[in-house]
Every structure is written in C-alpha cells, then in structure tokens.
Design a protein around this ligand. Structure first.
Ligand code: SF4
Ligand code: SF4
Length: 420
C-alpha cells in the first residue's frame, strides 16, 4: 500500500492540549473516551454496603477460566464489570441472577473483587423493587409462609424419622441436655432422596451411641441461600428466630447436614448474637469411622464432588475423603476439577430455584457438565455431601443419558450400605 507522505508530515509534530511534544504523532495521542462512560450504575453498586469491590476490577481476566457459569455460558466478574462500566443496569439485568456465589473467582482475583458480597447487595435492591425471577420469588414466599423453600407443611418436617428404623430423639420430647444437636435442614427433611440420607445418618449415629437430638417440627430453614439470593430481610428474621430456638436447648455442639447451614451458623449468625460450635456431619464422623462395624465391601469406584460451601467457603476438603477411604471396597478417583478448584453444581446463591431461568443463559446446566466430568473418570458412583446435590445430579444423570452408568449417593448412604 503506498505511503501517504502528506499525512505523515501533517502528523509529524504531536500537539496535545496545546503542548508541542518532541515525538512524532501517533494514535495514542488522540483523545480516548474511557472517561465518557455513564457511570450511574457503577456508582450505584459501589456505594452499596458490600458492592464496593466491583470498582476494583482491572480486567486481568484471572477469573475467566474458573467461573463455572462462564464455562457453559457468557458470564463472570470481568464481563460484569465491563458491562456495568459501559452503562448496563445490573439491577435490571439477567446477569444479576446467574452467579452461584461459588467463590472460585474470589479465590484467584488479585484485586479481591468479591462477588459473594456484591451479588447479595445488588440483589437485595432488586428484591426490594420486586424485580425477581418468578421461581425464585416462589421459593422466598414458601420460606416465609412454611419455613422451607419447597412449600412443605411444617408439621411434616420430622416425618422422615418414622422410616429410619431407629429411634430419633426429638429435643422437645426428651427434655434433657444432649452432646450433639443435629440441625437436619430442609432438603434432608423433605426431599425423598434427602430423607433417605437422613435415615442413614440416624442409623449411623445410633450405631455410634451418639448422645444427640433433633429439633423436629420446631426447626426452620437457616436461610443462607435466600440471603445470597438477595432476601436479606427474610434471612435476618429467620436468623433471630433460629438463634432463639438453638439457645432454648442445652447442647455442646451443633452438627449440620447441609454446608449452607454450616455457612449460616458459622459465618453469619454470630453477628446476630448466635455463636455456636458447629460442624458438618463429615467433620463429625470422619474421626469415628473406625468405630463402625463396616462389614460389607462395596467394591465400587467413587468420585467425589466438593460442595462449594463446605470446601471453598469453609475449608473442609479432607473429612469427606477420609470417610470414603474408610469404607471397605471403595476406590476414590478424583475429577480434574476438585478441592479448591472444584466445579459448582449450580445450586448455590439461589441457583437451586433458578433452573428454568438459567435455561436461556447456558448451553447446559452446571450439574450436567459436572456429571459428564464424573462419568469421564470411570466411576460407578458420584458421592456428595450437600443435600442440594443429590437431586440436581440425579436429574443431570438422566438428562445427559447416563442412567445405568453413574449413581449419585450421599457419602452417608455408602457408609450405611457398608454397615447394614
Ligand atoms: S480476576 Fe478480579 S480483577 Fe481480574 S478480571 Fe476478574 S474480577 Fe477483575
Ligand atoms: S462466584 Fe462463582 S459463579 Fe459467581 S462469578 Fe464468581 S466464579 Fe462465577
């Protein structure tokens, strides 16, 4: 291409804001427009309590390869920052509901852009404005009315104990202090597969002669997922009520089945006056495995999915693996994405109640991607220890055509099988 000498001569002397520079002109001296964006929504977010860190993003892209939603869609903190920077109204954007608060971006972000605080803060405003996807709103209303997001009768919360095959002590009936208060939570109390895991756990506790009790029909949702989905008012009301109830009974320690309940009690309830010694059931049972008479060898290959709210959020990676390794005939095979870099099942941060909404935003569900990863290991069983996961992964096994190839089981079900 011929050189336009006239253009070169004209641009030989660079003059910027009236100052003649010694260098030749080049495009970098032209005014760029990075300060011409409408920052209304960026300011509105960074002024929120919890929203400040969105403004710290410097677009380094460390978060891009680790965001589980970005892997099946088009999402992630880097994209959100850029969208808001060029004027997107996140308060009214579908982007707002896609984050599962899995914390994998926070793990790698050099600027500590914290989506686990940003998302609830922005979502809270959307909730106050009544701008919430219908299925999520239904879960909020169910929680408010029935004390659980599924809309089940509070009177049926302890019905699962009838088929446990052992006596399950209920604190209001036994009227004595216990060593261990077992907070069962909603899905383990109502969902058919959750109930099976709860019954298995009751049998294990009985075999260990544990001194424990449950709250039965007095129990209500701990509401951590509703909080992360933006229903802060509901969370606060339930936190105060739950703390009063937990203080009503004498106990040394609280054991939870659900990592989301663990997160609520360990990290959120203390600021409402509820400081408890709380552990996940895997942390409680891992050191006690040698006391169980596990007489059956299962002879299976098992892969394990780390729940985001047990692993990344609360640092427990070893106890579930210790339990699996203690079961006779279990060969543990890790998936490529595991431990700190584990993939997400898609249920956190309100995702449990947003599957219909997410269909338009992803090429496949997060649970389906994870099931494919589990199948690739050659495992017979995908072991889990979060009550959201059994139903999510069982659905995904069916929708990916892997029925008959992969079973989904709670770790406690495997222990129970080895014991019975
Ligand atoms: S890792 Fe942090 S700073 Fe880098 S692009 Fe992502 S959010 Fe921005
Ligand atoms: S918290 Fe998880 S889902 Fe949300 S943006 Fe970060 S990596 Fe993606």
């Amino acid at each position: 291409m011929p050189v336009d000498k006239h253009q070169i001569i004209e641009k030989e002397k660079a003059v910027v804001e009236g100052i003649e520079l010694s260098s030749d002109w080049n495009r970098m001296f032209e005014q760029r427009v990075i300060w011409d964006y409408d920052l209304t929504y960026m300011d509105k977010i960074t002024e929120l309590d919890g929203g400040e860190s969105l403004g710290w993003c410097y677009q380094c892209a460390q978060c891009v390869p680790v965001c589980p939603v970005d892997m099946v869609g088009s999402y992630g903190p880097r994209k959100i920052y850029r969208a808001v920077q060029v004027g997107a109204d996140l308060f009214n954007d579908d982007y707002l509901w896609q984050c599962t608060t899995c914390a994998n971006c926070l793990r790698v972000c050099p600027k500590e852009v914290d989506m686990i605080k940003i998302m609830p803060a922005v979502r809270e405003q959307a909730v106050l404005d009544g701008n919430v996807p219908g299925e999520l709103q239904e879960a909020f209303e169910n929680t408010f009315e029935y004390g659980n997001p599924m809309g089940e009768s509070p009177r049926k919360r302890a019905d699962w104990v009838k088929d446990a095959g052992v006596e399950v002590p209920v604190l209001s009936q036994i009227k004595k202090p216990v060593d261990l208060l077992w907070l069962v939570e909603c899905y383990p109390a109502y969902h058919p597969r959750g109930k099976e895991a709860s019954q298995a756990l009751a049998r294990i506790l009985t075999a260990l002669k544990a001194d424990y009790g449950i709250l039965g029909t007095e129990e209500k949702c701990t509401c951590d997922t509703q909080r992360l989905a933006g229903e802060i008012g509901l969370f606060e009301e339930f936190a105060e009520e739950n703390i009063r109830l937990l203080k009503k009974y004498k106990h040394n320690q609280i054991m939870v089945t659900d990592p989301h309940a663990l997160n609520a009690l360990r990290n959120e309830y203390p600021s409402f006056g509820g400081k408890f010694d709380v552990i996940h059931y895997t942390t409680y049972l891992a050191p006690l495995m040698s006391r169980l008479n596990l007489k059956n060898s299962l002879d299976i290959k098992v892969t394990f999915h780390d729940p985001c709210y047990l692993g990344r959020h609360n640092g427990e990676f070893e106890a579930p693996r210790a339990m699996l390794k203690a079961i006779p005939g279990v060969e543990l095979i890790e998936m490529g994405r595991c431990r700190e870099n584990s993939y997400c099942c898609g249920g956190g941060g309100g995702g449990m109640w947003l599957d219909g909404f997410m269909v338009d935003h992803v090429t496949e569900r997060l649970s389906e991607k994870r099931v494919r990863e589990a199948v690739e290991t050659g495992a017979d069983v995908l072991a889990v220890c979060c009550p959201y996961e059994v139903s999510r992964f069982e659905d995904a096994v069916k929708s990916t055509g892997n029925e008959g190839k992969l079973l989904v089981k709670d770790i406690i079900e495997l222990v129970d099988e080895a014991m019975r």
